[in-house]
Structure formats: structure tokens, C-alpha cells
Design a protein around this ligand. Structure first.
Ligand SMILES: NC(=O)c1ccc[n+]([C@@H]2O[C@H](COP(=O)([O-])OP(=O)(O)OC[C@H]3O[C@@H](n4cnc5c(N)ncnc54)[C@H](OP(=O)(O)O)[C@@H]3O)[C@@H](O)[C@H]2O)c1
Length: 268
């Protein structure tokens, strides 16, 4: 039986996508297959996603002219898996593999299959990610719309020229880690001021989640939202002054530049 979509790799990213696609009624469970070689993971996926077919490998019988695939394996396996997908006749490919260009993926296919590269981030695990997509040489508007509809099931999607993908990885891709580092540091700061770890953790985590929601829902800019909390000569102003003295802004500029350069190195 041919499937509408093959999700190749049933790890964190693959299973988050399947959960989002099913929740959004992108297709019926029977039109979806997850390709996952290891047996314990297959059993767990079958239990979690009733009605979705879990395959240990993909064969020609799983594919027809309309079957697309999402590549959700680790970068080291990606090109070999793409060659297998070419061999069985997959008609278009969306890749979430970090740092792997559309050009390299296109080279894995015998024909001119549309390839769309994307960079999602970990909040896709809770349906609140942001993904940037870029079409390769053979992809047209309908292919980008197809990719957008898949990643749109787990968050916001933006389109970027592929040359920006290293920066996107260094910014929104890495950003959950930057933010968690801030959260960790602030929890520690509360503890150093005498709060219990549990209390400090609740105060910081809730403030983090609430400030994110306020930023998303408010019509005010991030600067204005910060000004709103910073009374002249007040408590927050004293804290901000110290952060500026320690060049926190410059540290973020350097962090993103350094991460983007590392992404470029890894993609070579
Ligand atoms: N997690 C993120 O935040 C994030 C963000 C952006 C992009 N990405 C990209 O997403 C991709 C997947 O990341 P992940 O975090 O989901 O990794 P993961 O949890 O390790 O999932 C990868 C899955 O692929 C399976 N696999 C290995 N070889 C395969 C094959 N030949 N055919 C089919 N499946 C195979 C693995 O099975 P075994 O475990 O049995 O080997 C595993 O279940 C990576 O390329 C990464 O760059 C991830």
C-alpha cells in the first residue's frame, strides 16, 4: 500500500511531526507511515500512534507518484537514507536535517525530485516551534506550500533563502538553549539571595513562560515591554545597568555569529 507521507526516523523530531500532523488532521492515520529501524522504538511508536503504519524499512510498494517523505534522521545517516528514498521513487522530500544543503540532498536522487530544507526548533515538541524553509533547485511554489503545511502543524513557518539557514540555526535553532541558560542562571541567582531552589525555580520558570506569552500577544515591541518594567532609578534599572556593564548584548551578538560560523563549518 502506498502512503501519502513517510516520516523517516521516528525519534524526537519525527514523532513530534506525526503528533502535530494527526492533531491537525493533515491526513488520516492510515495515510501515514513512520520508518524506524530499531524494534523497541517501533513498538513504542505503534502504541503512541494507533492507526499509523510503522515500517522497519521502506520499499517500492509503500510509494506511489504522490508519496512525499520527511527526512528526520541524524545528519550522519541522512544522505544514505535519501539515496534509499530515491531508489523507491519518493516524489518530494522535506528535510529537517541540520546543516545539510538541498544541493547535497538533490545529488542523492536519480531524478529531479523537489527537496525542501528546513530548520525547526525544539518547541515543535509542544506544537509551538518556528521553522524556516528553503526550496532547492527543483522545488516550485506547490512544494513549499506542501512543506509549510507539514511544519505548520507544529508551529510557525517562515520562508528564507537557503543562504540564511546557518543564521537561522544559530538564532531560532539554538535559541531554546540560550534561553534555558538564562533560566538556569536566574534560578541560581535566586538561590544565592536566599530563596529555596524550588521557589526560585517556580518564580523564574513562570516568569519566563509568562513573559514569552506577553511578548507574543502584545502589540508593544520588546524594547517597550522592557521599558514598562524599568522605572527610572528603580529596582529593574539597577539590574539592567549591571547586565549592560557586563556586555550581555555584545555577548549575544558574538554567540549568534559564532554559532552561525560553526554551522557553516559543519555544512562544508
Ligand atoms: N531535535 C531538535 O531540536 C532538532 C532541531 C532541528 C533539526 N533537527 C534535526 O532533526 C533530525 C532528527 O533529530 P532528532 O532529535 O529527532 O534525532 P533522534 O531522536 O535521534 O531521531 C532520529 C531517528 O532516526 C532513526 N534512524 C536512524 N537510521 C535510520 C534509517 N536508516 N531509517 C529511518 N530511521 C532511522 C533513529 O533510530 P535509532 O535511534 O534506532 O538509530 C532515530 O529514531 C536531525 O538531523 C537534526 O539535525 C533536530
Amino acid at each position: 500500500m502506498a502512503y501519502k507521507l513517510l516520516v523517516v526516523g521516528g525519534g524526537r523530531m519525527g514523532s513530534a511531526l506525526v503528533a502535530g500532523l494527526l492533531a491537525a488532521n493533515w491526513c488520516s492515520p492510515s495515510e501515514l507511515a513512520i520508518v524506524q529501524p530499531s524494534s523497541p522504538k517501533r513498538e513504542a511508536l505503534a502504541e503512541r500512534f494507533g492507526g499509523v503504519t510503522i515500517l522497519d524499512q521502506v520499499t517500492k510498494g509503500d510509494v506511489d507518484d504522490h508519496t512525499g517523505a520527511v527526512l528526520c534522521v541524524k545528519p550522519d545517516h541522512a544522505e544514505a537514507v535519501a539515496r534509499t528514498l530515491s531508489g523507491v521513487g519518493v516524489s518530494r522530500l522535506l528535510s529537517v536535517v541540520a546543516g545539510l544543503s538541498t544541493q547535497r540532498l538533490e545529488a542523492c536522487f536519480k531524478s529531479s525530485v523537489p527537496v525542501i530544507r528546513s530548520m525547526p526548533n525544539t518547541p515543535v515538541l509542544v506544537g509551538a516551534g518556528v521553522s524556516a524553509i528553503s526550496g532547492g533547485e527543483h522545488s516550485v511554489a506547490a512544494d513549499l506550500e506542501w512543506a509549510e503545511s507539514i511544519l505548520g502543524a507544529v508551529g510557525t513557518v517562515v520562508r528564507v533563502p537557503e543562504r540564511y539557514q546557518d543564521t537561522v540555526g544559530a538564532l531560532s535553532g539554538a535559541m531554546p538553549a540560550y534561553l534555558y541558560l538564562i533560566v538556569e542562571s536566574l534560578i541560581e541567582a535566586g538561590v544565592h539571595q536566599g530563596l529555596t531552589r524550588e521557589l526560585s525555580s517556580t518564580l523564574v520558570t513562570e516568569s519566563f513562560a509568562g513573559a514569552g506569552q506577553l511578548l507574543k500577544l502584545s502589540v508593544e515591541s520588546p524594547e517597550q515591554l522592557r521599558f514598562n518594567v524599568t522605572s527610572p532609578g528603580g529596582v529593574t534599572a539597577a539590574g539592567i545597568r549591571m547586565l549592560e556593564q557586563r556586555a550581555v548584548r555584545a555577548a549575544f551578538l558574538e554567540a549568534v555569529a559564532s554559532a552561525a560560523e560553526r554551522s557553516r563549518q559543519l555544512g562544508r
